[in-house]
Design a protein around this ligand. Structure first.
Ligand SMILES: O=C(O)C(=O)[C@@H](O)CO
Ligand SMILES: [Mg+2]
Length: 260
């Protein structure tokens, strides 16, 4: 079965962020991911991950001013300098934390806006160059419009087109099963087709974004298929627990998944 990473922005939120690393390790996770580490000094994040003995497998580049509604800077006109500054901050954290992949959020714009697409392309090329020197992958993730209204990258087809067009081995797809099902369905077949460009997978029940195994999909079958397709990366548990995080982890044995 695939290796599961605890998403520390959604799991163990009963605890302060820096305490979630130890909690994830105690719950049997050997990998963690999260949205943004930037409110905490990199040394503190590193110390917590090392003390807990967990790998940090993914986090996001700075999204701009989240509180003001920004969801990435790459497609925004006139924000190239802010984008570059965010990229170098992300690289600083990724290098220190030994993180092999970064999610580059696109930002809000119409997916038909040619200027936005050009800026997105330029941003991805810049990120690919800089991250590539450190052996780091740059991931792009289509997000559904119910959770992220107005998000530029709103289809898996568009993501696959952009990855093919850029033709950079370190620009890859972040395949979130939750977003996929809401956007398009056809999860099993699309995993098969897209597997060559997938750099990371995330899972949550649909439609509530709660524990796997509690929604409309056969998550046990999907996880088996991911394994059978030869995926050896991480599956991020990016769900909002229905109650206490630890109680909710009973989905793993229920789906016959042993933590590793
Ligand atoms: O919302 C998701 O799904 C993510 O993976 C985030 O990185 C984007 O907000
Ligand atoms: Mg996701």
């Amino acid at each position: 079965m695939p290796r599961l990473a605890a998403n520390l922005s959604m799991l163990f939120t009963e605890l302060p962020f820096l305490d979630r690393f130890a909690a994830a390790a105690a719950a049997g996770f050997t990998g963690v991911e999260f949205l943004f580490p930037y409110d905490h000094p990199v040394e503190a994040v590193k110390a917590c991950a090392e003390a807990a003995g967990v790998d940090i497998v993914l986090f996001n580049m700075p999204p701009g001013n989240w509180g003001e509604g920004e969801r990435g800077l790459a497609v925004l006109p006139g924000r190239a300098a802010d984008f570059r500054e965010g990229l170098s901050r992300a690289m600083h954290y990724a290098r220190h934390l030994d993180v092999p992949r970064l999610h580059m959020m696109a930002g809000l714009a119409s997916s038909n806006d040619a200027g936005a697409r050009q800026r997105y392309r330029d941003g991805l090329l810049a990120a690919s160059d800089i991250a590539g020197e450190a052996g780091i992958d740059v991931l792009i993730e289509p997000l559904n419009g119910r959770d992220m209204p107005g998000y530029f990258l709103d289809s898996f087809e568009m993501a696959a087109d952009i990855i093919a067009d850029l033709d950079r081995p370190n620009v890859r797809l972040q395949y979130d099963i939750y977003h996929r099902q809401i956007l398009h369905g056809d999860v099993l077949r699309s995993l098969e087709v897209l597997m060559p460009i997938i750099g990371h997978i995330q899972i949550a029940a649909v439609p509530d974004r709660s524990e796997p195994g509690t929604g409309e999909l056969d998550d046990a079958r999907i996880l088996r298929a991911i394994d059978q397709l030869g995926y050896r990366g991480w599956v991020g548990c990016e769900y909002r627990p229905l109650g206490d995080t630890m109680d909710g982890l009973s989905w793993r044995p229920a789906l016959q998944i042993a933590p590793r």
